[in-house]
Every structure is written in structure tokens, then in C-alpha cells.
Design a protein around this ligand. Sequence first.
Ligand code: PBG
Length: 331
Amino acid sequence: MTQFPQSFPGTRMRRLRQAPWARSLVAEHVLTPADLVWAVFVHDGEGRIPVASLPGVDRLSVAEAALAAKRARALGIPAIALFPYIGPEGKDDEGSGALSPDGLVPRALKAMKDAAPEVGLITDVALDAYTSHGHDGLLDEDGTIPNDATVERLVEQALVHVGAGADVVAPSDMMDGRIGAIRYAFEEEGFTNAMILAYAAKYASGFYGPYREAIGSAAALKGDKKTYQQDPANSDEALREVALDLADGADMVMVKPGLPYLDIVHRVSTTFGVPTLAYQVSGEYAQIMAAAQNGWIDGDRVMMETLMSFKRAGAAGVITYFAERAAEKLG
Ligand code: PBG
């Protein structure tokens, strides 16, 4: 760098920041509605039911979910990720409701596909919404979650979803070997175009609290999920999980939660160069909304800042409860 005799800075970084046109010209990343996946809760009743711990988020009836699909299309949101609320009467020890071809999720999928076939539909593959104990898998009497028996169920659940119109299944259960088992079953059954978005690096996190209320599993959960979800202390382990899921046939991978794990989003996307999504989970949304409601932060501004941070970290897209609001603002 040239040294000037005077004491002015040799490089003035602020020149490029002085006007909106210059800032937008040199912006390294852009956020558009096409980067967003809208996380939507459905329930089996009528209308919309607010989720207390997620201000601005409602559980939607099947008819409302169909309207949401049209709304996504109008806003340029490419895909919706669907999560069911199943009441206590729909739960049992084995989560058998997850396998029903006329269950809530298959019905919602059909209604949404009819309403807006251009919108991608992503389903959550895991048993937790359907089990009376709230775990993502089966629960043995000794309190353990049997891996391989659970995987058999997940394969059936995934087949039910694609049979009803899901474009993408997203196994969020963290059982070993489930991606390979689901991929094999899809090939066998002729669902060769069905995509798998692996929740490859999913951490045992306190940030899922409001979600568990939203799907009705909070009260039910016995113990915790630390024998299958990852330890927040680990980063290399996430890369091993991703490598296995890719080798087993995942098309996209996900890191979850989002903001507290941006380092993982970055490592995964740079190491593998595969489409990597981040999930801005319920507790992240709730944090922002709570502070905004108190007037402590500007909620919309922080929403946009967090969404951009995922892009900067290397995410191809973000699953978020903010999708509708953010897409409206992005115009
Ligand atoms: C269930 C599942 C969870 C979330 C998505 N799928 C919760 C959990 O693992 O307990 C959390 C999403 C959120 O908090 O927004 N398998």
C-alpha cells in the first residue's frame, strides 16, 4: 500500500458504503423469496389456531394450508415444509398414525398440490408428532430408542408421503441408516424422482421448545433426544453425518438449528459443495419476536439480518417461520 506523507488513511473502505447504489453494487450476497422455505403447521380441525409461543404463526386447517400454498406461489416462495399437530387422541406408543395414508399430512399434501402444483412440498419424516412419548422413534421398555426397527417405520412413513404428493421427504429423526433405507425403498417403488433432504446435522437443542408446543409433543416428551441428536460441542461429527447421508442418497442436507450453528452451515457447504439448507428453528423465531414485541429490537430488521447471515454462511436456502413476512418485505 502506498504510504502518503500525510496522516490520512491510504484505503477508505467507507467510499463504497456512502450511497445505496454503491452498497448494492458491491453486495456479496442477495436474499430473495426463492431462498426461503416456509415452515407451516397443520391441524385436523377448522380454521387457524395461533401458537402462543410463536407469535404470528398459526396452525392451519387443510383448507387454510391449500391457501398458504397459493400464497407461497404468489410470493415466489419455492417450497413449503409441512409439520402436523396431532392431538392426544391421535398418538400411541408406536406412532402408528404416521403410517396412515389418509392421515392429516397426506390429506394436506393433496389439497396443497391441487391448489398450487408449482410449489414444492417437503415433509418431516419422524414419529414424534404421533408418539405418546414424544420421541422421533419407537421406545423400548428399557427407555432406549431402537434404531433399525424405527428405520422400518420411517421408510413406510416416507412412502406414504411421496404417495400423497410430497416432492421432498426430510427425515429429521437422526436414526442411523435411514437415508439409505428410504432411498432404496423409493427406487424399488418407482419413486425415482422423490428428493431426500437429510436433516444431516441436527443438534440436541433447547431451541426446539416452541415447536414441541406447536405439534403437541412438549408435554408428552419423556427424557431427551441426546441419544440420537448431536452434541452441541461437536463440529467434525456433523461432517461425518453429512458424508454418510450423501453417500446413502440424500439430494440436499440440512443443518439445524440455524443461527447458533452457522459455523456448521459454513463448514458443510464449503466441504461438500452440495445444496445445504439451514433451519431457523422455532426458538430462534420466538427469541426475535419476543424481543421485538418488547420494543427491544426492530423485528423485521433482525429477521432480514438473520436470513442474510445464512446466505453469507453458504446456505442455499433457509427453512423459516418468517418466510411469508420476509417474502412480503422483499417484494
Ligand atoms: C421432529 C422435529 C423437530 C423440529 C423439526 N422436526 C423437533 C425435535 O427434534 O424435537 C424442530 C423445529 C423447530 O424447532 O422449529 N423430528
